[in-house]
Design a protein around this ligand. Structure first.
Ligand code: ATP
Ligand code: MG
Length: 226
């Protein structure tokens, strides 16, 4: 049976942190492929400046097009809003005859209790938590036990009695975030080497992340430099 990795995200914009997480999970777990799932309406991110789905989808396509085992899905644009991961996973379970591995960063896992029906997630797919931000395996273990008290330790990972496994996958820590990149673009700073060049050029061509430009972006004195 195929082993499919799933990486959900806002991808506003996609960067090398996302791509390396997918790449490392692909190799470490012997996956058949990884499907990137740009979220249509992220329940946790009510950013008024969220880029349109079509742009975020296009950026993920550009970033992944040369990798035969990476795919992009527009599924969340077709599902009811807001985009809940349990809904997305349930839908994928109906259409894909494969073992599913839901990949997420430790930062996201540490606030999983804020996700809609998070307790259902390990009943739908394996959870793969990759290094991101502060903390490591200890933080992961403590959180996993608090979130899912019924899990049992088994050969270096946890197993949910009604479902799948929950594991920590240490990957190279890349301190790159879309938040940082949006700010860099807004301020006209270099974003080069933090995201694929095609994506960087797309952002510049579409003028993304510039709308919030204020006095700070113009030198901090409230007046445009001549
Ligand atoms: P933002 O700053 O807007 O929150 P982000 O960089 O965190 O953006 P998201 O689209 O929120 O990117 O992240 C999607 C998924 O990818 C999450 O599970 C997140 O933890 C993971 N992720 C994002 N950046 C990294 C990174 N640098 N290393 C590992 N995982 C990452
Ligand atoms: Mg994030």
């Amino acid at each position: 049976m195929d082993r499919i990795g799933l990486l959900g995200g806002t991808f506003d914009p996609i960067h090398y942190g996302h791509l390396r997480a997918a790449e490392e999970a692909y190799h470490a777990l012997s996956l058949t492929k990884v499907i990137f799932l740009p979220t249509a309406d992220p329940p946790h991110k009510k950013r008024p400046d969220l880029s349109p789905f079509a742009y975020r989808f296009e950026m993920v396509k550009l970033a992944t097009r040369d990798v035969p085992y990476f795919e992009v899905s527009d599924l969340e644009a077709r599902l009811p809003r807001p985009s809940y991961s349990v809904r997305t996973l349930s839908s994928l379970r109906e259409t894909l005859a494969a073992e599913l591995f839901f990949i997420l960063g430790l930062d996201a896992f540490l606030e999983l209790e804020t996700w809609y029906h998070y307790e259902e997630l390990p009943k739908l797919a394996h959870l793969v938590v990759v290094t991101r931000g502060e903390g490591g395996k200890e933080a992961f273990c403590a959180k996993a036990k608090a979130l899912f008290p019924a899990i049992r330790e088994e050969e270096g990972l946890y197993r949910h009695p009604e479902g799948y496994t929950i594991r920590y996958l240490p990957i190279l820590r890349l301190d790159i975030s879309s938040t940082y990149l949006r700010e860099a673009f807004r301020r006209g700073l270099s974003a080069r080497f933090l995201l694929p060049e095609e994506v960087r050029l797309f952002v510049l061509a579409k003028g993304l992340y510039r709308s919030g430009a204020g006095a700070d972006a113009r030198g901090g004195c409230g007046k445009s430099p001549e």
